[in-house]
Design a protein. Structure first.
Length: 168
């Protein structure tokens, strides 16, 4: 039997011209990946599971940290004056998300290698997915609208330039 490979396509760099649109589109991709994670947590065996686990490991190791850096280093500092309580709240949530993300990534490794899911994988994966879905809702309901309201074109250009630089 041929090896199965799972891929989730990236976004076009043209979207970076509007950082809020790029981040929102990334959130859509992330929801799809969270759906895969939730399905894997509920059924961590089967022919496609190693490929899905590998794709999720790559997302958690490379793509998600890049996205989080875009928000933490480029967007949030520019929103701190306009929405200090929101920024502080999200920074506190980041610690819990970082810990869960690492645990999920470590638990996915044996699944990606074709082994059984470790004990506690389902609970950890589902907890991460739930917390991260809440984070996405906050970002789309509060962060991105605040950014669109308070940031000017120069700030958006600077954010876009920083995001492009991270991807080169």
């Amino acid at each position: 039997m041929d090896a199965v490979e799972a891929e989730v396509g990236g976004l076009g760099s043209d979207l970076l011209a509007d950082p809020c649109a790029f981040l929102a589109a990334e959130h859509g991709r992330q929801r799809a990946l969270l759906g895969h994670l939730e399905r894997l947590a509920r059924r961590a065996h089967g022919a496609a599971q190693p490929a899905i686990a590998k794709a999720l490991v790559a997302w958690l190791a490379c793509e998600l940290p890049l996205h989080l850096t875009d928000e933490a280093d480029s967007l949030m500092p520019r929103l701190a004056a306009a929405a200090p309580a929101l920024v502080v709240r999200l920074e506190a949530e980041d610690l819990a998300l970082r810990d869960l993300r690492q645990k999920v990534r470590e638990a996915l490794a044996p699944i990606a290698a074709g082994h059984a899911a470790p004990d506690g994988f389902a609970a950890t994966a589902l907890a991460f997915a739930q917390l991260y879905r809440q984070r996405l809702a906050t970002e789309e309901g509060e962060v991105l609208p605040t950014a669109r309201r308070v940031l000017d074109a120069a700030a958006f250009d600077a954010i876009a330039a920083e995001m492009r630089q991270r991807r080169n």
